[in-house]
Design a protein around this ligand. Structure first.
Ligand code: KE4
Length: 455
């Protein structure tokens, strides 16, 4: 009998102590909420260092890492080329508040890689990139409203931290205190992968500035667009004079060198990038046609600025990362390892009696090196379905995998990232761990007392 997985304190003694100390100085002990393990329970692991596919915590436990810093580390942790670029650049200074040739070099690489981008502006986070792209769309169209999908995450700017009101295509209500309804009233929420909902919004609102979307959803687990969905968004935006913004913060350089827009042969008006473009340092970007981007200050009237925007260390890390991706494209290997992982998860679940049973089942999803394992009895194509997943089962799976040396993102609604450093032994070790974790989940369900449904 496999014991119900828990974070045994002896293995994680120093992490537990470190987290308690962090909680004295940081809200919830972290600098980004998902890291606090609220969705899976227990105290988070504190990292000592990482290399390739392996993360080492401060108790010297080692893990095969599928968090990958939530996307930037397509080459794995601390690739030599990136570390050398950062180190060598740092010796010449870390920030100037003045132009450097590194910014132009990375900008030229982004323009070369992403077909829809002629001009690009670097910022420091995906939040800033999407917030700025929406500001530009509103300025360019003279319209206030933004259409976004439930379950798509575009950072924490006020316009985008919203939940659906009653019904599907309604004006959003703030999902966080501190956001005035006057702001969220300009954001219309629709389900992902639902063309009719988009068409309906355009037929009832004539003041839509843009549709902002993750072309492959990565923040409710990995959910690909249905065939034809993205093209219909493109057509509706053209028909109604709105701009189409692809938030490729996660998918940019991840699913193809040219991002999801290359994979699906799409041409958005504005594209937001992040994560990989900075090679693991704080960097993001937004870009589009010359006509649109020349409206950004100081060339045009639309204001956006940033002290560390285009900072030389992030530029150097981004250049080194994109050079590797361009010169030795890893995408075929990432696709093969991703597929091997997904097939292995499905067979491990079946062997553990998870699939097909009356109780816990899994649905897998994958686009390239973006992978999800939903604890669900139905395929997941949007947020409304994703939130029906068995998050308790996922939490047990997460803890059991951690105990077997596999570090997953601590939420059912995060995407797993396979990196170029994840080789066949890594994938096989993950599959073997998953079998034991599925057994633990299955057995914990069979021993749990069923909820008292008589009352
Ligand atoms: P940042 O502001 O966190 O750099 O980027 C926001 C953002 C924008 N667009 C997409 C598609 C994103 O995935 C993100 C951030 N992704 C999350 C992971 N689900 C970051 C992890 C975190 O919040 O700690």
């Amino acid at each position: 009998m496999v014991s119900t997985p828990t974070l045994q304190t002896n293995r994680y003694k120093r992490s537990k102590t470190a987290f308690a100390e962090a909680c004295q100085f940081l809200p919830g002990g972290v600098n980004s909420p998902v890291r606090a393990y609220k969705a899976v329970g227990g105290d988070p692991i504190t990292v000592q260092a990482a290399k390739g596919a392996i993360v080492t915590d401060i108790d010297t436990n080692q893990y095969i890492d599928y968090v990958g810093s939530y996307g930037p580390l397509i080459l794995g942790h601390a690739p030599e080329s990136v570390i050398a670029a950062i180190t060598n650049t740092a010796r010449g200074g870390t920030s100037f508040g003045m132009p450097t040739e590194l910014e132009t070099k990375l900008a030229a690489m982004v323009v070369d890689a992403v077909a829809s981008i002629d001009i690009v502006r670097f910022v420091n986070s995906g939040t800033e990139a999407v917030m700025s792209a929406i500001r530009l769309a509103r300025a360019a169209t003279g319209r206030p409203k933004v259409i976004k999908c439930t379950g798509c995450y575009h950072g924490h700017s006020d316009s985008l931290l919203i939940e659906a009101g009653s019904g599907a295509a309604t004006l959003g209500v703030p999902s966080s205190p501190g956001i005035p309804t006057q702001i969220t009233q300009n954001t219309v929420l629709i389900p992902f992968n639902d063309v009719e909902a988009v068409s309906g919004v355009f037929s009832t609102h004539s003041d839509i500035a843009c549709v902002v979307i993750e072309p492959i959803a990565g923040n409710m687990g990995c959910i690909p667009p249905k065939p034809g969905y993205l093209q219909r968004l493109r057509d509706l935006c053209d028909q109604h004079g709105a701009l189409l913004i692809f938030d490729e913060v996660m998918t940019g350089f991840r699913v193809a060198y040219g991002g999801a827009q290359e994979l699906y042969s799409m041409h958005p008006d504005l594209t937001c990038l992040g994560k990989i473009v900075g090679g693991g340092l704080p960097c993001a970007a937004y870009g589009g046609t010359k006509h649109l981007m020349q409206q950004m200050a100081p060339q045009g009237p639309v204001y956006q600025a940033g002290t560390l925007s285009g900072n030389p260390l992030a530029m150097a890390a981004g250049i080194a990362t994109l050079q590797t991706l361009r010169e030795t494209p890893p995408y075929d290997q990432l696709d093969q390892m991703g597929e091997k992982l997904v097939q292995g998860l499905k067979s491990a679940a079946a062997s553990a009696g998870i699939c097909g049973g009356p109780d816990v089942q899994i649905e897998t999803s994958r686009v390239g090196s973006m992978v999800s394992c939903f604890f669900s009895q139905q395929p997941i194509t949007n947020y409304e379905q994703a939130i029906t997943c068995d998050t308790d089962a996922f939490a047990k799976f997460f803890i059991a995998m951690l105990g077997k040396g596999v570090m997953l993102p601590p939420s059912q609604f995060e995407t797993w990232f396979v990196s170029h450093a994840h080789d066949e032994p890594c994938i096989q070790q993950t599959i073997d761990a998953a079998y034991h974790a599925f057994v633990a989940v299955s057995e914990s369900r069979s021993t749990e007392t069923p909820p008292d449904t008589r009352s």
